[in-house]
Each structure stands twice: as C-alpha cells, then as structure tokens.
Design a protein around this ligand. Structure first.
Ligand code: PLP
Length: 448
C-alpha cells in the first residue's frame, strides 16, 4: 500500500521547487501531523523544523483551529467576494487592521504570498495613474529579494538561481543593494547599512520621478538565505521613500504573524509601510489565505463613480474563502489568548543560546537569527569564510541527513533553514538543534 502510493507519486506528481530526479531517489509522503511533528506513510516521525515551509504557528492539529474550520463548514465553505462579502472575511479584515501598523486600514484578500505581492504592485502602479501621475511606472527591488513565483513577483525578485531564466518575461525594475553583513568587505553592520542606504539614495535622486514604489522583505530576506538586516536599515529605507515620494511595499509573508518576535517585523523599526503583504502564518499554516493591506489614502484614490474607471480590476476565484478566513480569525484570537508574540520573543533568546553551540563545528560560518527565523550558513573554511562549491550540495546533503535523524527542513544553497512552529518549546528546540548538529557534523566529515 505504501509502495503503491510512492509509485503513484513518482508517476504523476510534479513538485514545486524540486528536481524530480532527486525526489525519485528519496521520496517522502507525509500522512499525519501532531504538534511540532509530522509523520510519513511508514509511521516515521519528524520534527517540522521549517514549519512546513515557514507557515505553521501553533503546531499541527491545533484543536481550536480544527474546530473553527468544522464550525464554518456547517454554514458554507465558499462564496465569492466579487461585489459582495461574507461573514468571516469581514470579521477578519477588522481584526487584521487592529493588529497591523496603525496607518493600514484596508484589506484586499488573495490566496498566496505571491498574489498578495502582485496586488500590492498593481495597486501601487494604478494609484499613480488614478491621481494623475502616470509617469511613475517603475519599481525598485532589493538585490537578492524574493516575493513569490508569479511573473510580477519575480520581476521584483532578484535571486539569480530562480529568476534569471525568466528575464525576458519580466518587467524591468531597478535593483538596490541589501546589507549582507557576513559577506560584506568590512563585516561591520553600520558601515554595510550606510553604504547600501547611500546607494539607494543615489538611485532615488536620479530616478524618483519615474518610480512608483519600492518593494522589500521586512527585516529578514528569507529565500536568499535568512539575511537579517542591520538595525536602522528598514527605517532608513522608509525615510528615503518618504523623502523621494515613492510608495513602500513591505513583504511580511514570511516574517509576519509573530515569526520574528513581533506581530509584524516592521514593528522592530516602527516602520509604517504603504502596502503590507501577508500570507503563510495568517491561518496558522492551515489554508491558503493571503492579504494585501494598505492605507486609506491609497484606497481613496480608487474610490469614485464607476465611469471614472478607477476600479481595481483584480480578483481570484477563492478570494476571501470562508473556511480560510474562519481559521485565520481563530488564529488571530489565539495570538492574543496564548500571547504568542511575547512567548516567541522570550523563547528566541533561548534559541539563540542553543544555536551558538553550532559554532563549535568547523563548517558553521554564520548563524543568523531574528525571532524564530534562523539560517545557518555552512562554509568550507570558518576562518576565511570560503563558501562550499555549490555543486557539492552540502546544504542538501545535510537536510537529507537530518531527515534520516528525524527532522525536516529545506536548505537554501548551503544555508540551513531553521524555522520551527512558533509553539515549539525550548526542550524541543534543543532536540531539533541536536539533530542539526549531528547532521552537519556527519556530512562535513564526508565532504571536506
Ligand atoms: N514573499 C516572501 C518573503 C516569501 O518568503 C514567500 C514564500 O516563501 C512569498 C512571498 C511567496 O509566498 P507564496 O509561496 O505563498 O506564494
């Protein structure tokens, strides 16, 4: 029976971000989950060391979330949001506005982080047209940024490995540098930050008249390797956006909902964006709901008689899905009831101490962390920071070894991602880091 399923998966599936030849060698089918663990079809358990790709909050099968979906199912699973609304989508909008930066008052739903970003980009573009500034059509994106895989999101993304092949399909955007302290020549966060802000300002001075908006991940660039921005960088970017009259799109898809020890990572720097894209943790990791939040000023630029043609002509079939919104509502409630953000902030300090042990391994170059968002960059030489050659696939081998030892995560190149569910206890963190340590140790012996 298990073998049959494996064969079916190999015969018919095509998995995201996966070389299927790798999958065929090491297939894995998950059947159950409970708390911070998932179980495969053979009954083997694994810690969910990456929150099922950065989204799980309360662990799997959280009773109150399960109940919220069941209760909603008793009423209706889905009706459209085109021209009308539904009960949980309406309630959730109010709750989202309450927990978001003060200036954000409007919620536009979609179903993934990428679509939340597409919406922000299209709204920013149309905003300037609607207010009579159609010359502002271009975007600034950050180097190594990642905002999802649809063409608009890819156009403001800049991870060569994923994006370069689609170059001819993308709209052009200007790229601004991001401070990657570990790989900077000075290694000094302040110097690195100021150099990047200076370059951004040069770009803005020259091009601001044609720029609609700048898009940036909030405090941590996730998909490029968990690169934590130095203090003051995000706030500095906000200041420059204000100074040069361009809109700021902050991507909180990975960082939102407590992940970094604040409800939204932009709160670390008191940044109020013009657009905030959220997804992943919004439903506690249960269902595909995402949202783009924006300001009253932006909303009003679209609000007019129909014949003025200012409507935002964008939507998706499942926009505002009731089951998703119902579970998201319960999730937001649980954040309050269980003081999730506060507990992440406290546990993250312990996590930081536990992670420090990893430096004892000679192939651990840099341990980066903000809250429950961590990246461990593996290097061939700790002293010189010499990277491993990509073709050795050290990160991938380490993640396979971790899987053997009972923990799932996915690497980014040679950076190991560690992002357990926010409900993970300190004891569980210790056990997970123990597995990571053993896997890095074993693989390093073979590779070096
Ligand atoms: N934005 C950021 C910062 C992300 O990390 C991701 C996914 O990892 C996305 C957008 C895309 O989200 P989704 O996979 O839900 O489209």
């Amino acid at each position: 029976m298990q073998q049959e399923l494996i064969e079916k998966s190999k015969k018919h599936l095509w998995l995201p971000f996966t070389q299927m030849k790798d999958y065929d060698l090491d297939p894995l089918i998950i059947e159950e989950g409970q708390g911070v663990k998932v179980k495969d079809i053979y009954g083997k358990e694994y810690y969910d060391g990456f929150s099922s790709v950065w989204l799980n909050v309360h662990g799997h099968r959280k009773q109150k979330l399960d109940e919220a979906i069941k209760q909603q199912l008793e009423k209706i699973a889905h009706s459209t949001l085109l021209g009308m609304t539904n009960v949980p989508a309406t309630e959730l909008a109010e709750e989202l506005v309450k927990v978001s930066p003060e200036n954000l008052t409007r919620v536009f739903y979609s179903d993934s982080g990428a679509t939340a970003m597409e919406i922000a980009l299209k709204m920013a573009f149309q905003y300037w047209i609607n207010i009579g500034r159609p010359e502002k059509q271009k975007f600034i994106a950050m180097q190594n940024g990642y905002h999802g895989d649809t063409i608009g999101a890819v156009s403001v993304g800049s991870i060569d490995l994923f994006h370069h092949i689609y170059g001819p399909l993308m709209f052009e955007s200007y790229k601004a540098p991001i401070p990657y302290v570990y790989r900077s020549s000075s290694g000094d966060p302040i110097q690195c930050r100021d150099a990047c802000l200076y370059e951004l300002e040069q770009l803005l001075m020259e091009k601001h008249a044609e720029i609609a908006a700048l898009s940036i991940e909030s405090m941590v660039q996730g998909a490029s390797g968990m690169i934590v921005m130095p203090d003051g960088f995000l706030a500095g970017v906000r200041e420059l956006c204000d100074q040069y009259n361009i809109l700021m799109i902050v991507d909180e898809v990975a960082t939102g909902f407590g992940r970094t020890g604040k409800m939204f990572a932009c709160e670390h720097e008191q940044v109020q964006p013009d657009f905030m894209a959220v997804g992943k943790g919004i439903t506690g990791g249960y269902l595909p709901i995402a949202a783009t939040l924006t300001t009253e000023d932006i909303y009003q630029a679209f609000y007019d008689d129909y014949n003025q043609m200012k409507t935002f002509f964008h939507g998706h079939s499942y926009t505002g899905n009731q089951l998703g919104c119902a579970v998201a509502l319960e999730n937001v409630k649980l954040f309050k009831e269980e003081q999730i953000v506060e507990s992440v902030a406290t546990k993250a300090k312990e996590m930081g101490k536990i992670l420090q042990q990893l430096y004892a391994l000679p192939t651990v170059g840099d341990v980066r962390q903000l809250g429950f968002m961590c990246g461990i960059e593996l290097v061939a030489n700790q002293e010189t920071r010499e990277p491993f050659p990509p073709e050795k696939r050290v990160g991938y081998l380490v993640s396979l070894k971790m899987r053997d030892l009972g923990m799932l995560t996915r690497p980014i190149g040679n950076t190991i991602v560690f992002m357990p569910p926010l409900a993970t206890t300190v004891e569980e963190i210790e056990a997970m880091v123990g597995i990571m340590k053993a896997a890095i140790h074993e693989v390093s012996h073979v590779v070096v």
